[in-house]
Design a protein around this ligand. Structure first.
Ligand SMILES: [Zn+2]
Length: 167
């Protein structure tokens, strides 16, 4: 997977703007050509779901995200029209670490298997409104877990940043 600093900056801007709520979105692009990558923000409906049914949806947008299905469809149509694929899903953890939570796992799996096995998930930790660091997770078909395909990388560490993003 290749992500450029441009996409990361767009994701970080979104995460910062959404704070103290979780931001979520999708990166689409032509497989193997990171220059085509596009970041698409999606609405987070967690507050709405929580207000409508707090028993079933105990978390609001500060600790959960529910991607607006209309945005998901819109991005899917755009990807289809351009011959693009989903490259990565991202969301933020306001004032929490960048880990892949049990809820994140449930959202990504259907019947114990990933809905999109090739898809990478980026989780960005935002503390006090500022992006702190991020991690990328992918499905490991052997351990049946979402694991970090590479070590955590910090911002502003250019060589590390470049090499770890190019797998
Ligand atoms: Zn999460």
């Amino acid at each position: 997977m290749v992500l450029t600093e441009r996409e990361l900056n767009e994701i970080f801007a979104h995460a910062g703007e959404a704070y103290p709520e979780e931001a979520c979105g999708i990166v689409i692009g032509k497989p193997g050509d990171s220059n085509t990558n596009l970041v698409r923000r999606c609405g987070n409906l967690a507050n709405q779901y929580h207000e409508d049914d707090p028993i079933r949806y105990p978390r609001d947008a500060r600790t959960a995200y529910i991607m607006d299905p209309r945005d998901l469809l819109r991005v899917q149509s755009e990807a289809d029209a351009k011959g693009f694929e989903f490259v990565l899903l991202y969301h933020s953890h306001p004032d929490h670490e960048a880990y892949f939570s049990e809820t994140d796992r449930e959202l990504a799996l259907f019947d114990g298997e990933p809905m999109w096995p090739q898809l990478r998930y980026l989780v960005v930790s935002v503390k006090n409104g500022k992006v702190s660091y991020f991690k990328v997770f992918g499905w490991d078909s052997i351990t049946k877990q979402f694991a970090e395909p590479s070590a955590a990388f910090q911002l502003n560490d250019q060589p590390l940043f470049q090499s770890l993003l190019r797998e």
